[in-house]
Write a new protein. Sequence first.
Lengths: 209, 209
Amino acid sequence: MTTDARANLDVGRREILDAAAVEFARSGYAATTIDAIAERMGATKGRVYHYYRAKSEIFADIVSAGMQELIDQIAPIAASADVSSLDRLWRMAHHHAALMMTRNSFQRVAIQSVEMVRQHAAAPSLADTIALRDTYEQLFADVISQGVADGYLRDVDPRQATKPVLGALNWITVWYDPERDSADGTAAINGVADAYADFVVNGLRRIHS
Amino acid sequence: MTTDARANLDVGRREILDAAAVEFARSGYAATTIDAIAERMGATKGRVYHYYRAKSEIFADIVSAGMQELIDQIAPIAASADVSSLDRLWRMAHHHAALMMTRNSFQRVAIQSVEMVRQHAAAPSLADTIALRDTYEQLFADVISQGVADGYLRDVDPRQATKPVLGALNWITVWYDPERDSADGTAAINGVADAYADFVVNGLRRIHS
DNA sequence: GTCTATATGTGGATAGAC
DNA sequence: GTCTATCCACATATAGAC
């Protein structure tokens, strides 16, 4: 395959992923039809099946892209050496919250995949994404671990503590409606992210009384 | 209809709800078949359709039961006059967390319904449950409002503040596996509920620094 | 590379025997 | 009241024309 052919393949696939992410996010995996994805692209089934062999592969690629997006953007924050562990945790939470809104479709699908993996049912090509999610959660666990060591946070189990933290943040995808709340703009998104970052950091913080 | 006939109807339905809750919780609405529900009961489709006209009605009844269970058990805690607003919030969170584990099937289905309502897709008979959920969230909003007035909590918007609180707690249904974690017993469930109640209350608490 | 058929499987719902 | 048998709609995936 030439470089050009591969590039064309990627372009064709990306268009499908963008359309499918919106449909999956809106209707869930089972209720989303290939016809609906094609219609959103202004095409028909034939085009979709030219680039993808199966619906499950489209879904898996969206989940993978969503998780990679999280890792790529949060890992640098987790690694910033000149910022305290407490502030790093706050900034990680803030940016994660913002991504739940600005990249709502892909992130909603990534959340749906958690359920699908749990239901060992339709989780054939989702195997790779489990490792990605584990890597991502470890970024938070490591910073929380450091926060405990630094005396900022209560003496919690780092790995357990990521659950309520990411649970609260991921829940944004449940109530956030990109169409209804699109008028809000970046200022409102930033305000919500502020409130959530405050909430999860304070939730783990050592109490001075 | 005689009183006996009504009682028999209820018994027949309850058996279906219990079996269906497990299946819906495990596989989701779309992926759950009436055959699977019947098989879990040691019966066939015919029995299910004798008591229910449609799959969607079974689902709606489970959601309704799950929500009612929450309201019935948390409302008294919210109303206990001799307990401080801060402690009431802690106890509400603690009991909510415990129910996510002890009544995992019904509560998982109730959570799934949030997505289904959002996806205006298959939400015909789910209309009633929206009001139940709103009532329930208001229990938390009222106590949070009181906690702000009492000076225990930061000056948050009570209705907005319920989102990260219930988000963190509801997320328990995502990772909790009743089969794998059944050996844990009530002690472990209580420990998890403690950690979650601490987390969400501290998340809103006024900082003394 | 994109389209229009179409083959095929599955599952909700119903009919009617017992 | 519970079963078996069946209808029928829908959606994934494929075949083949253009």
